[in-house]
Design a protein around this ligand. Sequence first.
Ligand SMILES: Cc1cc2nc3c(=O)[nH]c(=O)nc-3n(C[C@H](O)[C@H](O)[C@H](O)COP(=O)(O)O)c2cc1C
Length: 359
Amino acid sequence: MRRRDLDYLVIIGMVLSGLYVTITGIVSDMFGLHQFIFHSLAGYVCAGLICCHVALNWSRVVAYFDRLLSRLRGREGRPERRQRSAPSAGRREVLIGALSAAGGFLLGWLIPDRHPELPADARDIGELYHEWSRPGGRVTLPVPDWGGRPAPYKTYPDAERIPLPSPTDFTGLSVEEAVEERRSVRDYADRSLSREALSRLVWAAQGITEERLEFRSAPSAGALYPIETYPVVNDVADLDPGVYHYAVREHALELLQRGSFGGAVTEAGLYQAFLGQANVCFVLSAIFQRTRWRYRERAYRYILMEAGHIAQNIYLEAVSMGLGACAVAAFRDEKLNELLGVDGVDEAALYIMSVGERA
Ligand SMILES: Cc1cc2nc3c(=O)[nH]c(=O)nc-3n(C[C@H](O)[C@H](O)[C@H](O)COP(=O)(O)O)c2cc1C
């Protein structure tokens, strides 16, 4: 490709990306989209193309400044330089440039500012958050850094890994029957839960159901899967009581702490005694950054919804196998985080699902 053709292509790219930057700038101003990623991306593309354009015309640029300098010094430019120099801009071009700049300025000035103060009438932080995470909302709190994408899977390489049986033997209730029969059950029998049942419960929570893309049983915004599952085992056949982590990819458990933690979960769960009587309590936590880097203000909404999807899968799977389950969100965060060994900031416990043999 000839240099001139390439330059024309670059100019077309500059015009298109410039237009795109303008339109997305107007849209984000009009609708108060605080962080409109496509606007800044198009801006970077445009800036890159401008650099290309300057590089392709470097000799003209040099010649222009050479002539300008000569003129300022009161000397005439050398004749050979003059031949290489670009044709000077006519009045029409200068006028068009000035009018475009003035038009852009006027447009920016005319579009109303959509970033007012925090509403003084907000009743709680939830209301503020909801408003802040709403595109075009009245609340703007600038966030300096949304961070990058963290590892999609959490693993404990030093932990003992216990493989789980493959969850293939589906002989439970139909979805409709499970939905109809589902109740929160808080009375559990003194009988061990089978390992097969535990396997099906963690699979229903977060198991991989589409191998190629590694999609899971519960939906996830952008397939980013921020939720981790920690079974706190009290009474499961052929499995030591303890705190485990579900290794999704391997469909296995990683043993984090061996021992009886029924009392610790009960204490964390504001002394709701059934937590200590359940065969297993699944503690769902979130690694917020997994969703935050992409969905920014809306990440927290999505993460809580996803915990809900997973909890419902556990409920229905438990009902389908004739077990009892109960969702628990009333707990002392610091106690539960401590039990899982997470910091409560980058990763924090969100929900407990107790599951047990029905009394
Ligand atoms: C977000 C959420 C939090 C809950 N927290 C608790 C809890 O801390 N303790 C409890 O015993 N039940 C808890 N539950 C269960 C509800 O009490 C139960 O779903 C409700 O009474 C309706 O009964 P059902 O689930 O049998 O339809 C919770 C349910 C949800 C959805």
